[in-house]
Design a protein around this ligand. Sequence first.
Ligand SMILES: NC(=O)c1ccc[n+]([C@@H]2O[C@H](COP(=O)([O-])OP(=O)(O)OC[C@H]3O[C@@H](n4cnc5c(N)ncnc54)[C@H](O)[C@@H]3O)[C@@H](O)[C@H]2O)c1
Length: 398
Amino acid sequence: MKVLVLGGDGFCGWPCAVNLADAGHDVVVVDNLSRRKIDIDLEVESLTPITSISERLRAWEQVGGKAMRFVHLDIAHEYDRLLELLRSERPDSVVHFAEQRAAPYSMKSSATKRYTVDNNVNGTHNLLAAIVESGLDVHIVHLGTMGVYGYGSHRGATIPEGYLTVEVPQADGSRFTEKILHPTDPGSVYHMTKTLDQLLFFYYNKNDAIRVTDLHQGIVWGTNTALTDRDPRLTNRFDYDGDYGTVLNRFLMQAAIGYPLTVHGTGGQTRAFIHIRDSVRCVQLAMENPPTSGEKVKIFNQMTESHQVGELAQKVADLTGAEIRYQANPRKEAIENDLIVDNRCFIELGLKPTTLDDGLLAEVVDVARRWADRCDRSRIPCLSAWTTRQAEALRTHA
Ligand SMILES: NC(=O)c1ccc[n+]([C@@H]2O[C@H](COP(=O)([O-])OP(=O)(O)OC[C@H]3O[C@@H](n4cnc5c(N)ncnc54)[C@H](O)[C@@H]3O)[C@@H](O)[C@H]2O)c1
């Protein structure tokens, strides 16, 4: 298949692009390199040293991978070039990773809130409008987030894969049932953009029969896959800073450098997780099993296990002897939440989940230990607060 990987230079996108090329697909990586520019603005770097996109592509060819091409393009602001790219490449699928993906960064300031909304919503909408204008039948595989369902109480209910069956009472006392998009409950401006993406997909699928698979992904942990491990120049990025580092990778890196594990609030927050190797595999499965013409948006919960943040910190502490430090929570969120998730779609397609108990935690600690001298400890604390009240609490507990 011919596939455009939008955001293919990023943490999830790069190993995914390499995996699709290795599987024999004809891959074009499309990225505006904004993630690398944000690192420059924030004065922080990936813990693992990453090479430029040209070096990555050269290295991939040299280790025997099927060549990939690169197009430098901003999908949110270069609509005409995006349309032209679709017309000239005529892809079967577009895998869409190209969004600003950090909740803390999206809450940092009004400038980063506006950037996140502008970039994410326009990017997704431009892609949909361009596919309609091109007249091509392209399957979109989009990376959404489990966060669209919200992290409040679900009262023990299992979160279905996107759609909820509800009973609607009528004035005459009768009831009818309907399948609706699961109500959204975004917990940050970033998550809000993902809920807006869902509506855009719903609309363009209904109006123009665009085929979409929306992957509601959990928090990704781990660094490399067997393919990006083939050569140091293929190494994937590892974010550890307070804005872009995700919780489990942060704990693993903190343990590796002897920094106390930073648990926000009580640690009672429950989140869904997936290893980068499984994330890559899921994208391939989704791409190779597209919805049929006229089918409604397919929604998969792309996660393999859920854990409470405090319980995760304990697991990492048991493995490494690290100390745990409870800190004021920069987020406005429930102190505790439940998260029971249906993820049958990928299991039925053949996914064999990599779990935290598979020994990979130790592998990630090794990656972090290897590059520990590249860590700037001053960038570890999470300083982007959700509200002025949270900002005040952070200052008081600093
Ligand atoms: N990393 C996670 O834990 C996680 C969890 C759930 C969902 N996701 C989703 O997966 C996707 C990829 O996440 P990631 O961790 O790889 O993020 P990332 O920031 O590492 O990668 C995103 C890539 O998209 C590019 N990009 C952003 N805006 C663009 C634009 N307008 N035009 C072209 N390129 C653009 C960036 O330069 C970057 O290379 C995101 O949509 C994110 O919401 C990630």
